[in-house]
Ligand binder design. Structure first.
Ligand SMILES: C[C@](O)(CO)[C@H](O)COP(=O)(O)OP(=O)(O)OC[C@H]1O[C@@H](n2ccc(N)nc2=O)[C@H](O)[C@@H]1O
Ligand SMILES: Nc1ncnc2c1ncn2[C@@H]1O[C@H](COP(=O)(O)OP(=O)(O)OP(=O)(O)O)[C@@H](O)[C@H]1O
Length: 281
């Protein structure tokens, strides 16, 4: 049976404004997504009996709840595909870190199995299917750095600088739902244009809430701020800062305490997944 190995890279939210709330409770955002070259790895092998089997456990996530399995089944159903898959995951991205690991795994599964099963679904179809799995899945399906509005589904591709980042991983997991439920969260930041974001930057409305509730994350921000302007990604807990070169980023990373693990990765406007898929065709 044919097999395929693909990366599921992380994203950063370079800014994240909350501009309103929908009737269903979901928040309307304006956010700038960029990918980084730091990724989970997934291997897919087709099966002819229609079974979907993920052979790698994630602590605390039952097999059938894993976004990889849910994405595979959603695609199978959408395309009425009789094939199945064995799937192996090498988990390298921290969970609950705000760098989108679960969403990226789901997107890689949609694109990987679409390729392996030769379904030839359109990018629009896969992005729509992805949105049913999570608000961040469509940007990973499309694989281009983007300004996102709505709950993250209205995407405008953007060309950004591609600096090197340090991503610090405080050893706490933040629940996205908890931060969006917080009464003190700012939900009425005035909407701005993409032009204004690119010219003046922005901020992350979740950051004050997370800093107040998680002292470890506040400390990480204080520490990284000594070297560069540090910010929270998504609802946290990862914190990042940018540097003009890998050597600069490595030099600063070497000075961070062992209690604050992290990694250095290059920013990218085209995700590693899409670069890998292009090299296959
Ligand atoms: C914060 C971001 O990471 C920014 O990229 C995303 O908007 C979150 O995306 P995600 O992790 O895919 O989130 P989902 O799994 O769709 O939602 C988790 C929970 O967060 C809340 N949620 C999420 C996204 C959103 N725009 N408004 C919300 O209120 C909802 O309570 C939801 O039940
Ligand atoms: N394949 C998967 N990888 C990681 N988490 C998964 C996966 N499948 C389901 N989950 C569940 O999703 C939760 C969120 O995981 P994820 O790593 O995507 O968080 P995140 O980086 O904070 O995401 P986001 O930036 O989208 O908020 C996990 O705590 C876990 O319960």
């Amino acid at each position: 049976m044919p097999s395929l190995t693909l990366p599921a890279p992380a994203k950063l939210n370079l800014m994240l404004h909350i501009v309103g709330r929908r009737a269903d409770g979901y928040h309307e955002l304006q956010t700038l997504f960029q990918f980084i070259d730091h990724a989970d790895q997934l291997r897919f092998q087709a099966r002819d009996d229609g079974e979907i089997r993920l052979h790698s456990d994630i602590a605390g996530v039952p097999h059938d709840d894993n976004l990889i399995v849910r994405a595979a089944r959603a695609l199978q159903q959408h395309a009425s595909c009789p094939l199945g898959a064995d799937i192996w995951l090498d988990k390298r991205l921290p969970m609950g870190g705000g760098i989108g690991g679960g969403s990226s795994d789901a997107a890689t599964t949609l694109l990987g199995l679409d390729h392996l099963w030769q379904l030839r679904s359109s990018e629009d179809q896969l992005a729509e299917l992805g949105l049913t799995l999570g608000a961040d899945v469509p940007v990973f399906v499309r694989g281009r750095a983007a300004f996102a509005e709505g709950v993250g589904e209205r995407l405008q591709p953007v060309e950004l600088e591609e600096p090197w980042y340090i991503v610090v991983v405080p050893q706490v997991s933040v629940s996205t739902a908890e931060i969006f439920r917080a009464p003190e969260l700012t939900r009425n930041t005035p909407a701005i244009t993409l032009h204004a974001v690119l010219e003046r930057g922005g901020h992350n409305d979740c950051q004050p809430v997370v800093e107040q509730r998680y002292p470890e994350i506040r400390n990480a921000l204080i520490l990284l701020n000594k070297f560069t302007s540090a910010r929270l990604t998504g609802t946290g807990g990862c914190v990042f800062g940018s540097f003009p070169s890998k050597s600069e980023a490595d030099r600063v990373a070497a000075q961070l305490p062992a209690s604050l693990p992290g990694f250095v990765a290059k920013g990218s406007n085209i995700s590693m997944l899409h670069r890998t898929l292009r090299s296959l065709t």
